[in-house]
Design a protein around this ligand. Structure first.
Ligand code: FES
Length: 323
């Protein structure tokens, strides 16, 4: 397992956002600022019951935040217990261990316009990104898709004067005239526009299909998944060998083993978090062309020289890594 540093935070405030979503404001127990982060970052939360889940930070790191974090937790009926633990067992004043923030979903500096598409609770990283973009006077559009006004989380933040002019709201149960047609939205991309998307599986699939039909460039599409798509492949496969270029050694990976498990077995610590190819924590530099990529976090160009070790395998008998 990862030896990453754990922080302890106090649950400062819990506020209901929708019938299914609670917002948790987390602060340093002694009032110090929590470590800084960039919009798009997430933390691991270690919660009662032994569960650990990743949550995006739902607020841009602005001076007014005083070093606190905000996360949104949707109670998932199908969850393995993580969201239920947060909703039922965590109270204001409790202490929670968390990881330091990591950002595998950053804003792209090269973009001249940012198109942010948020489905439901997927709004959390995109809300932070929108606030960060507004603060720097960047060009952006934030499209938020929700079932109804009642299911719209962080509504006050979305309607703040700094974001309101950039916001397009699509409510499934709202007036038909306000609904957003994904194909029309993505067609006619202006050069330099980057697309960021986060939401439930069906929403992600719909955006990806619309992007494919409108020839959206792969390298200008950035997605953050909550869970691996249901048709995702297994992590097992044929055995292969990891060639560690910097150490000058090889490490065998068994058919039923992941590359990261094989490395941990020989004492090489690679941080891991989601173990589903979603978060990017286990990504290392390597011969991406020689990898069978099974992640959901790397772009097409990143896959040429990076590999997510919790799920991806070698295409052939050997995979070289810069380790
Ligand atoms: S641990 Fe999350 S992508 Fe590998």
């Amino acid at each position: 397992m990862s030896l990453e540093r754990t922080l302890t935070v106090r649950v400062e405030r819990i506020s209901r956002q929708t019938p299914e979503i609670l917002a948790f404001e987390l602060a340093h127990p002694w009032g110090r600022p929590l470590p800084s982060y960039e919009a798009g970052a997430h933390i691991d939360v270690h919660m009662p019951g032994g569960f650990s889940r990743q949550y995006s930070l739902a607020r841009a790191p602005l001076a007014t935040n005083a070093g606190r974090y905000v996360i949104g937790v949707k109670r998932e009926l199908s969850s393995r217990g993580g969201s239920a633990s947060m909703h039922e067992r965590v109270r204001e004043g409790d202490l929670l261990p968390i990881s330091a923030p990591r950002n595998t979903f950053p804003l792209r500096e090269e973009a001249t316009h940012h198109l942010l598409l948020a489905g439901g609770i997927g709004m959390t990283p995109l809300l932070a990104m929108a606030q960060a973009l507004a603060a720097r006077g960047a060009q952006f559009t934030l499209c938020v898709f929700a079932r109804s006004e009642e299911h719209l989380a962080f509504a006050d933040a979305l309607r703040a004067p700094s974001l309101a002019p950039h916001l397009r709201l699509h409510l499934d149960q709202g007036d038909a005239s306000q609904r957003i047609d994904l194909h029309s939205l993505l067609a006619g991309r202006a050069p330099g526009t980057h697309l960021y998307v986060c939401g439930p599986g069906g929403f992600m699939q719909a955006v990806r299909e619309a992007a494919a039909k409108t020839d959206w460039p792969e390298d200008a599409l950035h997605a953050e998944y909550f869970a691996a798509p249901t048709d995702a492949g297994a992590t097992a496969g044929l055995p292969f060998t990891l060639k560690l270029a910097k150490r000058g050694i090889t490490v065998p990976v068994a058919a039923d083993q992941t590359a990261v498990d094989a490395l941990h077995e020989v004492g090489i610590d690679i941080p891991v978090s989601c173990q589903q190819g979603l978060c990017g924590t286990c990504v290392v530099e390597g011969d991406g062309e020689g990898a069978e990529h099974r992640d959901f976090c790397l772009t097409g160009s990143e896959r040429r020289h990076k590999v997510a070790l919790c799920c991806s395998r070698a295409k052939g008998l050997e995979l070289e890594l810069q380790l």
